[in-house]
Ligand binder design. Structure first.
Ligand code: FEO
Ligand code: CA
Ligand code: CA
Length: 615
């Protein structure tokens, strides 16, 4: 079946299922795109910006983009000012980390719903020494700086006179790094495969790394996804018991950091099981600066992107997750017990008990959630699964055996709070060939990526049953340049409205989707920098994306996050200038000062007239 056949079939099914007009969708065949002028039916009222690549960021007219927190900014009392020529690990431990990704705005005080005062909780995914420092000689101190620039920041922020400022004396401000003490809980806690020389209990680990996207919980904690953890582990002698596990995650053949030179725990030959202690979702209580973060192993171990939660209509909590690898899976976790809206403490271990599922997409539009439960189906001792700990440690292999559908790099998987439908961003997959395309991943050499809509039964919004085993699915957008590829957008897309490589997504209070892109090495072929696009999810403006914000050359956009009043949108500009070096960076954004390299930063976007974002 060709892509056009598949799309035609899906579109007619949509017509049957929801009575929508098939004419509301524009299926473009290569070279036959029809762009509209700016007269689209979108409810998003801003004027679009243009595609392009340069060294600065660009925001739609009538909006301001204020740089709020830059790599190296002091975030705790007594932290030294940023100086890349004299950076130390001790300074970095007290400064904002590198490569900001996920952002959560947590109102102050807790539960107040405030929109002008809160804790900004930000992931720091990885470091890039070539861009960070003039001196490139790898030393123990440099490794320590890298480790201190990873992890997470909690920073109190305040808005006054329309402008946001960090409160460096904030009581909750803290850095969590690759060295912070973290507890391990859930079915893999204390497991033989998590025990090391430094931690014979298998219940405590130093640090969190590769912190990519994440989520928040209804009880006011933050979830941080550990994504590309294999980059940090090297060695020759893979333990026999772990061969299939390490091969599947890429552990041992994907080393990109030099920490093992100074820390044996990153050397598989010396500490064979340390890597099993990474690749989890970490729960952080930002309101208690002394709290110990917890790795929640019940949610499975893979290359975690986000972890979006929703309280189901029956009171259980559902967490949607993507595993960012080509041909990897979409997951959800359903808690065993209910969320307690009154007693916060009663929810603090809710994520330790429940069921992990992986998604199977059927050709006929059905979606099945397959339980990854020890003893069920293929998840038995015969396949190396002796208990639920084994299942979560090797969640990828378990999901394969269960029959989940290999997807084109699942990143954020987020429920729309208004409609209850769930959107999965699939970034791209150049390795998908015409032999293994399927209904849900219909394009070979998928460079533009797509967004799938997953529809729970039960109805819209709070009626949606997110815990159900059977959903249906549809395409929302098949992305890329409609002039160059076969794509699927809403009708009346403008010339600057198309995008490629969806990554993080967020929803505004009206339930409209905001899509951040990460084109990676494809920026130059798509001839535009990454950025943020917004669209309606229903009505005539469905899937008509509009370009709102563009980031500097080399950067990807991450972490879109609205304040509860919809008047501020925080975004993370990650790896500006990537691919260049300190001596001649491709951009010096955001400072544009000689001798200062580009600095990954969080930006606060507001509307100049004080109105709602996108109104
Ligand atoms: Fe860290 Fe999948 O992006
Ligand atoms: Ca991402
Ligand atoms: Ca990405």
């Amino acid at each position: 079946m060709t892509l056009d056949d598949i799309i035609a079939k899906r579109v007619s099914r949509r017509t049957l299922l929801r009575g929508a007009a098939a004419g509301a969708l524009a299926v473009s065949l290569k070279g036959r795109a029809a762009f509209a002028r700016q007269d689209s039916a979108s409810t998003l009222a801003f004027s679009e910006i243009e595609h392009g690549i340069d060294d600065n960021h660009h925001i739609a007219r009538g909006y301001s983009a204020q740089v709020l927190l830059r790599w190296g900014d002091p975030i705790v009392k007594d932290a030294p000012a940023f100086d890349p020529a004299k950076q130390t690990a001790s300074a970095q431990e007290r400064q904002f980390g590198y490569n900001c990704d996920f952002i959560a705005f947590m109102p102050l005080p807790l539960g107040s719903g405030a929109s002008d005062h809160g804790l900004l909780c930000v992931n720091h995914e990885y470091t890039d020494m070539a861009l960070m420092f003039p001196e490139q000689r790898y030393t123990q101190e440099l490794a320590a700086i890298e480790m201190a620039a990873h992890g997470h920041s909690v920073v109190e922020i305040k808005k006054a006179g329309g402008k946001w400022t960090p409160v460096t004396a904030g009581k909750c401000n803290r850095r969590i790094t690759a060295d912070t003490r973290i507890r391990i809980s859930g079915p893999a806690a204390g497991h033989e495969r998590l025990k090391t020389k430094a931690d014979p209990s298998g219940r405590e680990v130093r640090g969190t790394i590769a912190n990519c996207a994440g989520g928040t919980t209804p009880w006011g904690t933050v979830l941080s996804g550990e994504e590309n953890t294999p980059f940090y582990f090297g060695g020759q002698k893979l333990p026999a018991r772990e061969t299939a596990n390490y091969k599947r995650l890429g552990t041992g053949d994907d080393l990109k950091f030099g920490w093992l030179k100074y820390h044996d725990r990153f050397n598989i030959d010396k500490e064979p099981l340390e890597s099993n202690r990474f690749g989890w979702v970490v729960e952080i209580d930002p309101y208690d600066p002394r709290s110990t973060p917890v790795k929640r192993t019940a949610l499975g171990r893979f290359r975690h992107e986000g972890a979006a939660t929703v309280v189901n209509k029956d009171g259980r909590v559902v967490v949607y997750m993507g595993d960012d690898g080509i041909f990897e899976f979409i997951y959800k976790f359903v808690t065993a017990t209910n969320f307690d809206p009154v007693r916060r403490a009663a929810n603090m271990n809710l994520l330790d008990d429940g069921t992990l599922y992986a998604a199977r997409f059927l050709d006929d539009g059905r979606l099945q959630w397959l339980p990854l439960v020890h003893g069920e189906g293929e998840l038995t001792a015969a396949n190396g699964f002796h208990d639920q700990g084994d299942v979560v440690i090797e969640a990828r292999r378990a999901a394969s055996l269960a029959g989940a559908t290999p997807m084109d790099r699942p990143e954020d998987v987020e429920p729309d709070p208004v409609t209850g439908r769930v959107y999965a961003a699939l970034t791209n997959n150049a390795a998908r060939s015409f032999i293994n395309t399927d209904a849900a991943n219909p394009r070979s050499s998928n460079s533009g990526g797509h967004i799938i809509e997953m529809i729970p039964p039960g109805g819209a919004g709070r009626d949606a049953d997110h815990a159900a085993l059977d959903f249906t699915w549809d395409f929302f957008i098949i992305a890329g340049d409609p002039d160059e590829d076969r794509t699927l957008y809403g009708k009346s897309l403008s010339r600057n409205g198309w995008f490629a490589c969806p990554d993080n997504v967020a929803f505004d209070a009206k339930g409209r989707i905001w899509i951040a892109t990460d084109q990676g090495g494809w920026q130059s072929s798509f001839k535009t920098g990454d950025g943020l696009y917004a669209a309606d999810v229903s009505g005539d403006g469905r899937a008509v994306t509009k370009f709102f914000y563009r980031v500097p050359v080399g950067a990807e956009l991450c972490g879109p996050c609205f304040t509860p009043d919809s008047k501020t949108l925080f975004v993370a500009v990650q790896h500006p200038g990537e691919g260049s070096d300190f001596a001649s960076p491709a951009t010096r954004w955001p400072d544009f000062r000689e001798n200062l390299p580009p600095r990954p930063s969080v930006v606060a976007i507001t509307k100049n007239d004080g109105g709602d974002i996108g109104s």
